[in-house]
Design a binder for this molecule. Sequence first.
Ligand SMILES: Nc1ncnc2c1ncn2[C@@H]1O[C@H](COP(=O)(O)OP(=O)(O)OP(=O)(O)O)[C@@H](O)[C@H]1O
Ligand code: NI
Length: 431
Amino acid sequence: MPEDIIRVTGLSTRYFTEQGQVNAVDDLDLRIERGEVFGIVGESGSGKSVTARSIMDLIDSPGEIVAGTIEFNDADLADRVREDHPEAVDGNFVDLQAIPDRIRRSLRGTSFSMIFQDPESSFNPSLTVGEQLAEAVEVQRRASANPRSTRARTESSEYSLGNFVLSTVLPSQKYVTEESRERAVELLELVGIPDPVERADEYPHEYSGGMLQRAMIAQALAGEPDVLIADEPTTALDVTIQAQVLDLLDELQEETGMTILLITHNLGVIARMCDRVGVMYAGEIVERGTLADVFDDHVHPYTEGLLGSIPDLEDAGGRLDPIPGNVPSLLDHEMGDRCHFADRCPKAMEDCLEHPPEYDAAGSEYHAARCVLAETAYDESRALPDGYFGEDERPAGDKHADPEDAEPGEATADDRTQPAADDAGTGGELR
Ligand SMILES: Nc1ncnc2c1ncn2[C@@H]1O[C@H](COP(=O)(O)OP(=O)(O)OP(=O)(O)O)[C@@H](O)[C@H]1O
Ligand code: NI
């Protein structure tokens, strides 16, 4: 059996806002195996991006990881930190929050890379794409040419620290070698950019959306990461380009054997790309397992609801929000201790007034669900009466301030009375 490369245990990430404490990710466990594509799917606001950003150590104030560990399985890193931070090391696993910031940050780009929905955010508009890729290559070269460099930077050499800071913070041609420039062109070619030599000299605004998305993938690959985290990597693209970018990721994964954590709204994308999947709701993984577990043997009515609404596979950008009711508020004082889905669940029973633990489910050894139906058959005599939770008990979740989420046509509170999408079953051909 393949080994785990990432082990997240009991992760809780909170945002401390004026409205109150937002439980964006709550007591989340996640194991990702080396070389697999693990998908996280769920409605807007379920905590997918915050999970990814927590793993990447990209949570900014007012957010904070308040509990849990994120461990990375890397023998070299373990050797590097074992002496000074023995408490951070368990076999080859390193607790990333227990090592100095600088070492953790040095893993970004080289051990972990992330691609975002919005490629503009990954590029500096005033430098050419080629320069920026070359710079990313350079960072990797320095890291691999001197595997102990982290230690040198943290403990002694002022010179190498200064040099490192200068060269990463102020990328400029001066610090980039000819080899790195050549590699940048190769990377552009690898991700299917035509005329890569010429395109390397262009600025980000000269690229189309799809091309810039590819360039961002090239940038993420420049450091030859072990783990690539892709947060909605194709949502902003048109359908044909989406399919091409997914194929590209798939090919690159096969060639390099890298591990991918893929975040999406779209179960069609999950079916096409992933080995295993976690379904997120209200900051928790509510069902997880292999594709067969989740698509064919699911237990959780939320998973069922998502599956009833798979946008056409070709329409990988289709927003997925057809389940009646509101995405829940994640404000701590509004969440309560019950199953967070109970107010939208067609099978809510008295049992659901207690927050369910994660139960083993009937499918593969990976299959688990945070739902009493994994243990107990649905019993109508214990069903909660209609309207039990009332309309106002649970205000709608505040979607995070992403302009992509403000699309017209997206479900709003007014849609709550509509029956579960009529388009259930349109498309949804799963491979
Ligand atoms: N910077 C922030 N400040 C306050 N709350 C935040 C911030 N970022 C995220 N949140 C909250 O954390 C919760 C989870 O957000 P997250 O971005 O992880 O959702 P998501 O599943 O990625 O949604 P989407 O599919 O829309 O990207 C939301 O309730 C959101 O409002
Ligand atoms: Ni997100």
